[in-house]
Ligand binder design. Structure first.
Ligand code: SAM
Length: 275
């Protein structure tokens, strides 16, 4: 199995994303701050969020645009759309829709801001997504994306991915190819990709992340339950392989052990641009 998330329906892991939503937001706190600060969102603006997952970011965006603005929180996976509906019920200025970022079924120039946090790199055709973002933004509108930086900077994920690879569950090296979590990990290339899609003032910066776990088992269980492609590969494996993968992942992540458990670093890229 080669990891290209584009072929996976994240519905399978929606309940895990629900369960771990606070952990996810804690890990992404700094990059989320930089993403929303870079977009300089104003009350009354209209925001489209793609691949919105749990809806936690949509809630924050809804507060920033206020009652005169709006947020359309969307995802392609039916299970994530259901999760969005549950999270966002009762928020007057936030609506939910199922939308594939590659084919946004909405009129030209209908948003002030488009946000895609930790999803653009999972689509095998990011150029197509960026062209669609460009099309639905009004003149002067802003784009904000966040992607993972390279595998060497993200041991929280690569430790589990490498363990799965070492035991033959996945193949092809770190998932840097189209649709893989590290496919847009080069800041210069990400900047060029956004610029070549017609955006101006493109700025891409690196942001550090940090995730804490009580022990290696919690780290393994959390990552596996959230990473849709890895979850699918592990679920299909015999018990003996699952045990071996867990043990290897624990050895690989052990370098990040602290007195309280594990504190594992990560790095993301935050890209901001305007039309
Ligand atoms: C890694 S999760 C990130 C979720 C959320 N944005 C966050 O940062 O917590 C990736 C999300 O992108 C969604 N996704 C993947 N491909 C997509 C596509 N073509 N169009 C829209 N959403 C997509 C998945 O369903 C999933 O919810």
């Amino acid at each position: 199995m080669t990891i290209a998330s584009d072929t996976f329906d994240w519905t399978d892991v929606a309940s895990s994303w629900d369960e771990h939503r606070h952990h996810i937001e804690t890990m992404k706190a700094k990059l989320t701050h930089d993403l929303t600060a870079g977009l300089a969102i104003r009350p009354g603006e209209h925001v489209l969020e793609l691949g919105a997952g749990t809806g936690e970011l949509a809630l924050r965006l809804g507060e920033q645009v206020g009652p005169t603005g709006s947020v359309l929180a969307t995802d392609v996976a039916p299970g994530m759309v259901e999760l969005l509906r549950r999270t966002l019920t009762g928020t007057a200025n936030i609506r939910v829709a199922q939308i594939d970022a590659r084919r946004i079924d909405l009129p030209d120039g209908s948003f002030d801001i488009v946000v895609f946090r930790m999803g653009l790199m999972l689509v095998a055709e990011p150029e197509q997504v960026l062209q669609e973002c460009h099309r639905v933004l009004r003149s002067g509108g802003r784009l904000g994306v966040a992607c993972w930086a390279g595998p060497q900077h993200n041991p929280w994920l690569t430790s589990v991915g490498m363990a799965a690879m070492m035991h033959g569950l996945v193949s092809g090296g770190p998932p840097t190819g189209p649709g893989g979590p590290f496919s847009l990990a080069d800041p210069i290339k990400l900047q060029r990709l956004i610029r070549d899609s017609g955006f101006a003032d493109v700025a891409v910066r690196e942001v550090e992340t940090e995730a804490s776990f009580t022990d290696t088992d919690e780290h393994f269980d959390t990552v596996i339950s959230l990473a849709s492609p890895l979850a699918a590969a592990l679920a299909a494996a015999p018990e003996s392989t699952r045990v071996a993968v867990r043990k290897t992942a624990a050895q690989l992540i052990d370098a990040h052990r602290t007195a309280d458990g594990l504190t594992v670093p990560g790095r993301a890229l935050v890209g901001i641009a305007r039309l």
